[in-house]
Design a protein around this ligand. Sequence first.
Ligand SMILES: C[S@@+](CC[C@H](N)C(=O)[O-])C[C@H]1O[C@@H](n2cnc3c(N)ncnc32)[C@H](O)[C@@H]1O
Length: 289
Amino acid sequence: MSAVTVMQNNNKLGPEEFGEIRRLVYESIGVNLTEPKKALVVSRLSRRLKELRLDTFAQYLRYLKSDPQEIGTFFNCLTTNVTSFFREAHHFEYLQNTFLPALESNFSPKTGGRKIRAWSAGCSTGEEPYTLAMVLEDYFRGKKGWGVDILASDINTETLEKARRGIYRRQEVKGISYDYLRKHFKLGAGPNQGLFKVKENLQKMITFCQLNLASLENYPVGDPFDFIFCRNVFIYFDKPTRARVLRRFHQHLLPGGLLFLGHSESIDLTDEESGQWRSVKHTVYEKLP
Ligand SMILES: C[S@@+](CC[C@H](N)C(=O)[O-])C[C@H]1O[C@@H](n2cnc3c(N)ncnc32)[C@H](O)[C@@H]1O
């Protein structure tokens, strides 16, 4: 989409329509589209308008209301999905060097099996949960009694589809060490030349599902988690939404469980609405009872 087209469409998105889009997105998925995001909204939705051969945002809003299928595509257009393998690598180092050894020292294989439960909430195209799977597989390989179970969720159905496929371009796997790449990916041949596919044993450790963190319903996530990664998602939420989500993460963590946030995100430890947390490291928080 050219800059000229975006500028023309920017003028076509009136304050009322932008207000309606903002309200719909905020009330449904908690994403707070502030005024400076208007150009981004125009650029992303203009592509959709073009696909549907619609001329104006008013027409698009009417279409959105008339077709219940469209709402998912609308959210897919408006979420930001930037991610990468081993992003914010210090979190994975903390797991390997501090958290997992502590868990291990409190466990005796004689008392039965122990399953590590992790949640990547806002997993985008899958790089984050696959990184977790590689790190956990690597750590527990050959150790008796341990299992790994990772839940990976997002609101965006397109990114989830890519995550489930587990196929990445060379450029996308550049953050993975040669060792891990060799161990956990298959190199494509023929028409898939240059593509890397996650091996099945790693894929089997992860369950992908669509989950709206801003939903008022209970999260259908099962047993409590040892740790939750929710990185670079809170930046799109306002304070009340963050507090609500934090309180629920608190409920879904085991005692002593950890929450990992993105590099520019933090918990206001004085805010009782968010549950009781202790900061153990920059952007890493432990649940307090
Ligand atoms: C920038 S990506 C972060 C990906 C990954 N966690 C990371 O740090 O690399 C933010 C993700 O949050 C998802 N998201 C936004 N609002 C959401 C909501 N209400 N519920 C679930 N996921 C949401 C987006 O679809 C997007 O994939």
